[in-house]
Ligand binder design. Structure first.
Ligand code: ADP
Length: 460
């Protein structure tokens, strides 16, 4: 991958991560807002229970009346602070079961789809009389003294808010035969907490739509990003392939053109022409190079044909004879290559376009020699269809390259063999021809050991 693409990928990943962080932050904020709204709604419900429900109200009245009587005693030193608080706790504990059962009834009537538990914790009691202000109790965090409600020690609780009860009280009390009058103000603060089993998931369920939508958008952006980068890499590969192709074809054209120009120059020289057979062999060279140029041009022109554009003119041929003919032709120009032929046990007739099919077989045979093969083997098999197998003991193809060798313009990097000419079109074209015959071509190879091509054709 080029540096530019790597840079682009890194920049996009950073951008995507930043976007994801922003998205996560937005979701977190939404969650916080929803939680607030949820608490507000629930507080309202709990608040209504406190204010309108008569049985609960009467319990609260009973508690506050008892407490005020105790407070009277406290102001005239009949009770210590500790005893006052203990009695407050005791009266709350004794009335709590009734409170809970009344509370349950109330909650049932609200038809909530969750289990809402609630309790009141004492925060402070401040007593103000004509002489002084006395803080009888103070717990800033409001954690310790549960008045009425459920106990939910370990579960997460939600703070609903503070409620303040303020009252002015005058009392008369007989003490050792004397009537004592007293007057004081008391400020009683409690903090209300609620606990809902799985409240987290209730809020998350409410946010389900948003979460799914965000997730889909996120996937969409990642997909888009992946698609763009993939496209970019493909474009870059195509550009590289085109450059390689131009280099290859220039290289391919150079040799025959140079030979042709040399041959024509020689033909012009009278003294050489006088020599026996000179003109004849030079013309043969020109002809050979001309054929080579023609072949190159044909390859380039043909490569633009897809398998569905190839017009086949099929004829019935004997498999053994057809392949033998091609192999014989091949051996004329490759006399010193030992070639083993394993023919079909019994001959079959196949329907092929002889011209195209011989192009395929010649391509594979020529490649076998071009890429280091010194011994070749051609096998013919007949099962449901027919199979033509051509093996060589050449340089082989690496695992990485083998998947690409039927791609247009693909050429493996062959460091072991120098100066092997080619355009990377032969196997692409062969594959198209085999596909046009409704067959398949496959390859097996081991680097350094050799390559085997197998062509399977159906019997129509
Ligand atoms: P080229 O014109 O490069 O030969 P081909 O399409 O015929 O193009 O082959 C594609 C690539 O497949 C070749 O460049 C070569 O790397 C690899 N190849 C094909 N046949 C063989 C073989 N018999 N042995 C090793 N490599 C091969």
């Amino acid at each position: 991958m080029s540096k530019k693409i790597i840079l682009l990928v890194v920049a996009s990943i950073i951008g995507l991560s930043a976007l994801s962080l922003i998205q996560a932050r937005l979701i977190q904020n939404t969650y916080a807002l929803r939680k607030e709204a949820f608490i507000d709604k629930t507080s309202e419900i709990v608040g209504k229970i406190g204010s309108y429900a008569t049985p609960i109200d009467s319990i609260s009245d009973a508690i506050s009346n008892t407490f005020l009587k105790d407070l009277d005693k406290f102001t005239v030193n009949l009770l210590s602070k500790e005893m006052l608080l203990n009695r407050l706790k005791a009266i709350n504990d004794s009335l709590n079961p009734r409170f809970i059962s009344e509370y349950k009834k109330e909650i049932k009537g609200k038809s909530l789809n969750y289990d809402l538990k609630y309790h009141k914790i004492l925060q402070s009691i401040i007593l103000v009389d004509s002489l002084k202000t006395d803080t009888l109790y103070f717990d800033k965090e409001a954690k310790d003294l549960r008045l009425v409600g459920y106990d939910f020690e370990n579960d997460p609780e939600l703070r609903l808010g503070t409620s303040t009860w303020e009252t002015s009280r005058s009392f008369e009390r007989k003490l050792s035969g004397k009537t004592r009058k007293g007057k004081y103000d008391v400020v009683f603060k409690t903090v209300n907490y609620m606990n809902i089993d799985g409240w987290n998931s209730i809020i998350l369920t409410e946010m389900r739509g948003l979460l799914i939508f965000s997730f889909c958008i996120f996937l969409f952006v990642i997909g888009l990003f992946y698609y763009s980068i993939k496209n970019l890499i493909t474009q870059k590969k195509i550009a590289d392939i085109k450059t390689d192709f131009i280099n290859n074809i220039t290289h391919e054209l150079k040799t025959p053109l140079a030979t042709l120009s040399l041959a024509t120059k020689m033909l012009k020289r009278q003294d050489l022409n006088a020599q026996n057979n000179f003109a004849e062999s030079t013309i043969e060279t020109i002809e050979r190079q001309n054929i080579r140029l023609q072949k190159l041009v044909d390859q380039v022109l043909n490569n633009s044909l897809g398998y569905n554009e190839i017009e086949l003119q099929k004829e019935s041929v004997s498999l053994n004879d057809f392949v033998l003919e091609i192999v014989d032709d091949f051996l004329i120009s490759n006399k010193d290559i030992p070639l083993t032929n394993v023919m079909c046990d019994y001959d079959v007739l196949i329907e092929v376009d002889k011209f195209y099919m011989s192009t395929v077989l010649s391509n594979i045979l020529e490649n076998a020699v071009k890429y280091g093969g010194t011994e070749l083997k051609v096998q013919l098999k007949h099962n449901k269809g027919i199979e033509i197998i051509i093996s060589d003991n050449g340089i082989g193809i690496s695992k990485k390259d083998i998947q690409q060798i039927f791609n247009k313009f693909f050429r493996a990097e062959n460091k072991d063999i120098h100066n092997v000419k080619g355009l990377g079109l032969g196997l692409y074209y062969s594959n198209q021809i085999i596909k046009a015959h409704n067959g398949t071509i496959s390859v097996k190879s081991e680097k350094g050991k050799g390559t085997t091509f197998s062509i399977k054709l159906p019997l129509d």
